[in-house]
Design a protein around this ligand. Structure first.
Ligand code: USQ
Length: 479
């Protein structure tokens, strides 16, 4: 039942660490406390650091020129001596949908990977009464299974990056060459539930990223930040969307300026604020950073998550965390009409989760220069909501599913018919080989949804968060 928003919740929640005994990872460091997103003070936050023995790192070396990913040797087998040292990648938010798939992919590609995560995504589900379509193993069991299958270790640091002491310890301990930062509250509807969720989202995201920037400055100034931004930072302007910057001539003078930002939720705005902070620190401190303005991700399987059921990824279909195409496939599987919000002309960039992991790998392998703030638009194709609904209807028919669509009054404030043409060439230039949306992908996703359809709670499908009705009162999800 989705009714926990109004319930009182303890300020400190014990972390169930029972499964860690199965793995080789050993806890050390700070106390066993866990972050409660309702309590915005970070002073009480502590982290848990789980560590395996690792070889001491020598100096990090960055490749200076872009090399298509398909032509690159894996880090430890490169013939170039300077790049033969393992690249150490810290994946912040490595227990989440994109983060878990990415951590495994980079580990498979022989990067030394650590995950930093406060596991709060799992707590959001408990609080809102939601569950992934797919059963997912604990982070400890996931990492143990990966080690058992591949022999590769992933270090785990459990804690909150808003707690700088925790982040600093993690940085000093792991000494990353690159930090991939997925560790943000990433749902637009979540950020629009009520005042406390809006404040939490911006605090968590903006302060977390600021802490990462300070950690890089203080403990690893060569470290490359690969930050997950969003295409939603740009909004839906009536002109082409460029990749981060636009050259403007005004009153006879010309300059290349950050592309205008018109985000349309407190979540999307948090990413705008992040971008500004990152751009500033690149200039002021010489930080090297890549802002990946990612579109809407779909799919669930990657080569690595497919290897065992304990490596399986989460798949959200609810109206708070579920994204459009994933939701439509689950709706089709359970015979729920596809929930098209408003006129359905809302157009966005989309990408397969297999391309998310590829894009991040490309960004890491081709780092930004010192002081450079790069922006890549990370998506492969554009679709309107109506187009997605048609694709799912067609694919469903082939599987014998009777797919209907319904018009739902739009809970969001967004243009429902608009021009949309966003550039996305920079990752392709660096070697991205896209998995375009295909009949076979839709078949596979629909079949996956059918396989787990008994786990669907149909009460979670219709939207209950309104952009216009957000208020200061803590919202009860039953009202
Ligand atoms: O049942 C639904 C769900 C969504 N939509 C519409 O589909 C579009 C996309 O919505 P979404 O929920 O799939 O994605 P969004 O809220 O924009 O956020 C997701 O996609 C963003 C990329 S982007 O959309 O900003 O490019 C990421 O930043 C976020 O982390 C991720 O949750 C919106 O116009 C929405 O109104 C529907 O019509 N019906």
């Amino acid at each position: 039942m989705a009714h926990l928003l109004s319930a009182s919740c303890p300020s400190v929640i014990s972390l169930n660490n029972s499964s860690s005994s199965k793995s080789s990872i050993k806890p050390f460091g700070l106390g066993q406390t866990f972050f409660n997103p309702q309590c915005l003070s970070t002073s009480s936050l502590k982290g848990l650091l789980f560590q395996e023995k690792k070889p001491r790192r020598t100096n990090s070396v960055f490749r200076a020129t872009a090399v298509p990913i398909s032509q690159q040797a894996p880090p430890e087998t490169s013939t170039n001596d300077s790049s033969s040292k393992p690249k150490r990648v810290m994946v912040i938010g490595g227990d989440g949908y994109c983060g878990w798939a990415t951590a495994l992919h980079l580990s498979k590609k022989n990067y030394e990977v650590c995950i930093v995560d406060n596991l709060v995504r799992r707590l959001f589900d408990h609080q809102l009464g939601l569950e992934s379509l797919t059963p997912i193993a604990s982070i400890h069991d996931r990492i143990s299974r990966w080690k058992a299958l591949t022999g590769k270790s992933i270090e785990l640091y459990v804690g909150d990056i808003c707690d700088f002491e925790f982040l600093a310890e993690s940085f000093k301990s792991f000494e990353p060459d690159s930090v991939v930062h997925f560790g943000e509250q990433r749902s637009a509807p979540y950020s629009m539930i009520d005042r406390s969720r809006a404040v939490f989202t911006q605090h968590n995201n903006v302060i977390g990223t600021l802490n990462v920037l300070f950690a890089i400055k203080e403990f690893g100034e060569e470290c490359h930040l690969v930050k997950l931004g969003t295409m939603g930072e740009y909004g839906t302007p009536n002109i082409d969307i460029e990749e981060g910057f636009i050259t403007i001539t005004h009153n006879g003078r010309t300059d290349t300026l950050p592309y205008p930002k018109q985000a349309s939720s407190f979540y999307h705005l948090s990413k705008v604020h992040d971008s500004h902070n990152i751009a500033f620190t690149c200039k002021a401190w010489g930080i090297r950073a890549t802002d990946l303005n990612q579109g809407v991700v779909y799919g669930v399987k990657t080569d690595e998550t497919e290897m065992h059921e304990e490596l399986r990824n989460r798949l959200d279909y609810d109206a708070v965390f579920g994204t459009a195409l994933n939701r439509f496939c689950v709706q089709a599987a359970v015979g729920h009409p596809l929930t098209v919000y408003g006129k359905g002309g809302q157009t966005r960039g989309y990408l397969d989760i297999r391309d998310t992991v590829q894009c991040v790998e490309i960004a890491i392998a081709n780092p930004a220069k010192a002081g450079e703030f790069r922006v890549f638009n990370q998506f492969t194709e554009q679709f309107s909501v109506n187009e997605l609904a048609s694709l799912v209807t067609k694919a469903g028919l082939k599987l014998g599913l009777d797919v209907k669509k319904m018009t739902v009054p739009n809970p969001r404030v967004e243009a429902e018919e608009h021009y949309y043409n966003a550039k996305h060439t920079k990752l392709m230039d660096l070697g991205l080989e896209p998995h375009y949306m295909s009949e076979s992908l839709l078949d596979s996703l629909l079949n996956f949804a059918v396989q787990f359809k008994d786990r669907v709670d149909t009460k979670q499908i219709m939207p209950s968060v309104s952009w216009k009705k957000i208020g200061v009162k803590t919202k009860s999800m039953t009202s």
